[in-house]
Each structure stands twice: as structure tokens, then as C-alpha cells.
Design a protein around this ligand. Structure first.
Ligand code: 5AD
Length: 353
């Protein structure tokens, strides 16, 4: 046990069996790993938290993921799309409050063609040249990813959901492929995006063996960003009766990821904030260093329901933004107004601001 902690402290890589041992015995390791995570966070980021303004610009989705509330078969979902002007006005409000990254997320929706998204990215970059744009619009051909990168998109979030192919098949219908998801992540990396992968904690059928595989994958892929939140069931999905993922395991994994990927940009996710009223703060204290408040218009927020009772408070007003600042201040953290790129990209001069 000491041996494993020493390895972690010395930034040595762990193998699958070692991760599995940590997970199977996590009550023995949790305090020490949380402490290491806080130290690493402090060394690399001080008490700074980066903000990303999330814009959920559409909930139409052609996929039928068994866990997700906006899956195509959910006839109860009220579908919407924001147009470019609506998206730009979200950015404008966000910019005034201090956001310098906009995350554009939607379902997988062919309506948003290569050119439409290119146009949206270009418009944001023209109007807000000192801001980073993150896309999160799912699996697309490499040529789309390239076009959007050429248009100025900086980062891309695409959770791998699970590093185990069989587990993937239990969460997704047959027309979705784990290999394609992995290929997309590699394509994004090859093009030069800052890339984010990630998982839901406690998704149906998930075991510690699966999570150990996720950790091996993340350690090797070394993404610039990692999204980790608890699974929360949605009433209108095949997983309606499954139980939510554990908040405590989520916090443990945030800490572990902070330790194995010291520079990673790691959000305290909305799902964590939904599962526990202090979830976001606890996430930051566990080693997360990013908050992603919602800048979408109220009507959109209410319809972008990936899971039951999803938090739909945001920071679209100066007031709510101040409340968030105060909450973070109360646990000893300050928000920063800059793009918050990954260190590797700043060092390599790959960021233009
Ligand atoms: N609970 C928690 N997270 C979910 N996501 C989708 N559905 C749920 C759910 N029911 C996550 C997925 C996806 C991201 C956008 O939201 O991991 O990649």
C-alpha cells in the first residue's frame, strides 16, 4: 500500500492491477490521495478556478444512448435549437461577466452541418477574439473536426464513457461503436485540439475493473481535460430504475485523476452539483479546478435534461456569477478571468492569446 502511494507521489505510472487494488481498497487510500490531490492542485494552480461558460445550443440527438435523457427515442423531450444570433448573445452576456471560454454543447444533430458549426465558431472568434471555443457535439468525421479547428475551435470534449468495449455495448445501442469513439478522440488529438475525455461514475453495469481500465486509458492518452460526474438516472430512459453513481467515489476519482494527470483541467461537473448540494465545492476541494456554469437561456436549460433534476441554475446574470464567486471564495478559491489553456499548449506556444 505504501508502495502504491509512493509511486503516485513520484509521478510513476500505475498498471491496471494497481489501479484496481486502489479502487477495491479505496477506504484505505481515500484520505491520503485526497491530500495529495490538494497539494498537486495548489502547486500547479494555486487557489485558482477556471470558468467555462456552457452554452447548450440544441438537444436534438440522433443517438439512442440508454442513459441519456435527450436520446432520440425519448418522445417526452421538448426539442430545441438555438440559432447563431442566440448563441452569440449568450456569449455577449458571458463575456461581460468575465468568461473567456465558451463551451458549445449539443446532441448529435446532423442539422448542424459542417458549415453551420464552422460559421458559428468563426463568428464567436471574430466577436470575441480573446476567447477560447470548446466544442462538444459528439462523433463526427475527421474532416469536420479539421474544418472547425481551422475555423478557430480550440478544444473538444468527447467523453469516452468507458474504456471497456463490452461495457460500452451495454450502455449504447448496436449502431454505436466504442472503436469509433476512440478513433474520434485520436483524430481530435492528431488535429491539435486540447482534448477532453471522461466517464460517468456508477453507470449501469460499471465495475471497479472497468474504472481501472478507464484510469489506465486516461494515464496513457493524457487528455488535457477530463469530465467525471456521477451517473444520474433519467425517468424516460431504459435506465430509469438504475441507481445513481456514488458522490464519494466520484470525489475519489477526481482526486486520483488530479494526481496521475497533475496539469489536467478538471471540472467539478453539473452532475456532481446535482447529486449533492455541495457537490461542486466538494469537487474543487477534491482536486477539480474548473467550473462550467450554464449560460444557456432559461428555456433551453430546462429542456437540456440529460438526467433527472439536472441543476439549471446558471451564471447568466451578474448576480448569479457573484454568488458563484462567493461560494468559491468561502472555500478559499478565486475565479480567474482568462482562457485557462492547458499548460502544455501554453508552453508550446500553440495558443494565440
Ligand atoms: N447521468 C450523468 N451523466 C450523463 N451524461 C449523459 N447522460 C447522463 C446521465 N444520465 C453525460 C455523458 C455525456 C455527457 C454530455 O453527459 O457522459 O458524455
Amino acid at each position: 500500500m505504501k508502495n502504491l502511494l509512493t509511486k503516485l507521489k513520484n509521478n510513476q505510472k500505475l498498471c491496471y492491477d494497481e489501479f484496481l487494488f486502489l479502487l477495491d481498497n479505496r477506504e484505505l487510500f481515500a484520505d491520503e490521495i485526497a491530500k495529495m490531490a490538494r497539494q498537486t492542485q495548489r502547486q500547479n494552480f494555486g487557489n485558482k478556478v477556471f470558468l467555462r461558460g456552457l452554452i447548450e445550443f440544441g438537444n436534438c440527438c440522433q443517438n439512442d444512448c440508454y442513459y441519456c435523457g435527450i436520446r432520440k427515442s425519448n418522445k417526452n423531450a421538448q426539442r430545441y435549437r438555438l440559432d447563431k444570433e442566440q448563441i452569440l448573445s449568450c456569449c455577449k452576456v458571458g463575456y461581460q461577466v468575465g468568461y473567456r471560454t465558451f463551451v458549445l454543447q449539443s446532441g448529435e444533430d446532423a442539422f448542424f452541418t459542417t458549415d453551420k458549426i464552422t460559421d458559428i465558431v468563426k463568428s464567436i472568434k471574430t466577436n470575441f477574439p480573446d476567447c477560447a471555443v470548446t466544442l462538444s457535439v459528439g462523433e463526427r468525421p475527421k474532416s469536420d473536426y479539421q474544418a472547425w479547428h481551422d475555423a478557430g475551435a480550440d478544444r473538444y470534449l468527447l467523453r469516452h464513457e468507458t474504456a471497456d468495449q463490452n461495457h460500452y455495448a451495454l450502455l449504447h445501442p448496436d449502431d454505436m461503436s466504442w472503436q469509433n469513439r476512440m478513433d474520434c478522440l485520436q483524430n481530435l488529438r492528431d488535429i491539435g485540439y486540447q482534448v477532453g475525455c471522461g466517464i460517468m461514475v456508477g453507470s449501469p453495469y460499471q465495475t471497479n475493473e472497468h474504472i481501472a481500465k478507464d484510469l489506465v486509458f486516461m494515464q496513457q492518452f493524457a487528455p488535457e481535460m477530463v469530465g467525471i460526474g456521477p451517473f444520474i438516472p433519467h425517468n424516460d430512459t431504459p435506465f430509469a430504475n438504475c441507481k445513481s453513481g456514488s458522490v464519494e467515489l466520484t470525489l475519489f476519482l477526481l482526486s486520483l485523476v488530479r494526481v496521475i494527470l497533475p496539469d489536467v483541467l478538471l471540472p467539478a461537473t453539473t452532475a456532481l452539483g446535482t447529486a449533492d448540494k455541495d457537490g461542486r465545492e466538494r469537487g474543487i476541494l477534491a482536486g477539480a479546478n474548473v467550473c462550467m456554469p450554464n449560460l444557456s437561456p432559461q428555456h433551453a436549460k430546462q429542456k437540456y435534461t440529460l438526467y433527472n433534476d439536472k441543476l439549471c441554475s446558471g451564471a447568466e446574470s451578474a448576480d448569479e456569477h457573484e454568488q458563484l464567486k462567493t461560494k468559491l471564495k468561502n472555500i478559499g478559491y478565486d475565479v480567474v478571468t482568462n482562457r485557462g489553456d492547458h499548460k502544455k499548449f501554453i508552453q508550446e506556444g500553440k495558443t494565440d492569446v
